[in-house]
Design a protein around this ligand. Structure first.
Ligand SMILES: *Cc1c(COP(=O)(O)O)cnc(C)c1O
Length: 427
């Protein structure tokens, strides 16, 4: 069934694979989007954690325009200085020594999976190709990444599941250890499950997984496609736990809206990725990397991430108040930095709809959670505005609930009256 707010399938020539909202946008600036319906929307979805510096950030626009006037694409047959510079920047700021650029998150995760398998292959253990993943995970929509994510709804109808992924319950370290066998190559995990509902993995658990990998000669892969690039208030979310992975996938925020992803690895973990074993036509092209460099230039300015953390505390404190004031609608608030989840007591989709009706954009997620992913440039005025709209959305839902309750009560009275009527007739 299609809600009145969705575009009915068949209304355009596109695959009807997305349940699209009947709304488009003409322009944007910072945290704001101008809808083609003439309304202004406060964008706390950021295209699902992608427009990390908001819309039309002047430095990103300048970087893109400057590069667009020079050269767009040359292929990875040649050296690409922007790509080398971005790789240098990423390795200087992380555990990694090597980078492979992609166009998307799923491709970055694919590269991570291939890197882990090749590592054991060149180590003389080609039988070690299996990867342990966690329930509720999301790693992308390619054949391998749906197998890694393990969600039945994404696997159905696409033939045999790609072999080599063993899934254990979220948060179950014992199950993870028990799943390790002679064919195990790696453990793959999101430090905070994004699509799964902003479910953080406790820092102690990430440290325990690191130790487990070290004990068993496994590679630890972090999928930071959603959590990475400043979203949690650190450049990469795993920094909060004090440990580092061997391999990491990033995407979403690094391009600020331009399609760009990357797989980062230590020299040791990347040692199997020798000439010819992997490739991409578009990955890391000059346009994408010019924008990626500009994104990092802004985020790595002194104090930028401190501000993200400060505003995150302000926002989360206000959200805790909102949850307290509207227990019928909201259950709890969780997350790190500006990757925030509001678990709901009514359908999360209903809350997203009510927010949109109030001109505030958020994104649904698993575990009946609404994701709030403001641009990292959001400050008090945007937070205040979002709170006012969240209050209004909550009031809208409560009014609906009250109405439903009232009509249920009325129906009960009517039923009682109807039950009495024949009795009167009898007398
Ligand atoms: C979005 C996401 C992906 C997939 O990224 P695409 O660019 O859609 O391929 C993979 N992993 C995580 C954690 C994500 O949030």
């Amino acid at each position: 069934m299609v809600s009145s707010n969705s575009v009915p399938p068949g209304s355009s020539s596109l695959y009807p694979t997305f349940a699209r909202v009947d709304l488009s946008f003409e322009s944007g600036e910072g945290a704001w989007l101008n809808g083609s319906d003439g309304r202004r929307y406060l964008d706390f979805g950021s295209g699902i954690a992608v427009t990390s510096l908001g819309h039309a950030h002047p430095r990103l626009v300048a970087a893109l325009q400057e590069q667009a006037a020079r050269v767009w694409h040359v292929s990875n047959i040649y050296r690409i200085p922007q790509q080398e510079a971005l790789a240098e920047r990423l390795t200087a700021e992380s555990f990694a020594d090597r980078v492979f650029f992609t166009n998307s998150g799923a491709e970055a995760v694919e590269a991570a999976i291939k890197t882990a398998r090749r590592y054991h292959y060149v180590n003389g253990a080609p039988e070690r190709f299996r990867i342990i993943t966690f329930e509720g995970a999301f790693h992308g929509r390619t054949l391998a990444t749906i197998a890694a994510g393990g969600q039945a709804k994404y696997l159905e109808g696409f033939g045999p599941k790609v072999d080599g992924f063993d899934q254990v319950p979220f948060g179950d370290l014992t199950a993870a250890e028990d799943a390790i066998g002679p064919e195990t190559a790696a453990i793959l995990i999101e430090p905070i499950q994004g699509e799964g509902g902003v479910r953080p993995v406790p820092h102690a658990e990430l440290r325990a997984l690191r130790a487990l990998c070290d004990r068993h000669g496994l590679l630890l892969i972090f999928d930071e496609v959603q959590t990475g690039v400043g979203r949690t208030g650190e450049l990469f979310a795993h920094s909060w736990s004090g440990i580092t992975p061997d391999i990491m996938a990033i995407a979403k925020g690094i391009g600020g809206g331009f399609p760009l992803g990357a797989c980062l690895a230590t020299e040791e973990a990347a040692k199997g990725m020798t000439p010819g074993v992997h490739g991409t036509t578009f990955g890391g092209n000059p346009l994408a990397c010019a924008v990626g460099l500009a994104v990092l230039d802004v985020m790595l300015e002194p104090g930028f991430l401190d501000e993200v953390n400060r505003i995150s505390l302000v926002f989360k404190q206000k959200l805790a108040g909102l949850v307290d004031d509207h227990p019928q609608v909201f259950d709890l608030v969780r997350g790190e930095g500006l990757l925030i989840g509001l678990r709901c007591n009514v359908a999360a989709a209903k809350v997203v709809g009510a927010m949109r009706a109030e001109g505030l954009l958020g994104v649904g997620a698993g575990d009946n959670t609404v994701r709030l992913l403001p641009p990292l440039t959001a400050r008090e005025p945007e937070i205040e505005e979002a709170m006012a709209r969240l209050e209004a959305a909550a009031a809208r839902i409560e009014a609906e609930l009250d109405e439903a309750e009232l009509s249920a009560a009325e129906a009960a009275v009517a039923k009682a009256v109807a039950a009495e009527a024949p009795a009167e007739q009898k007398s």
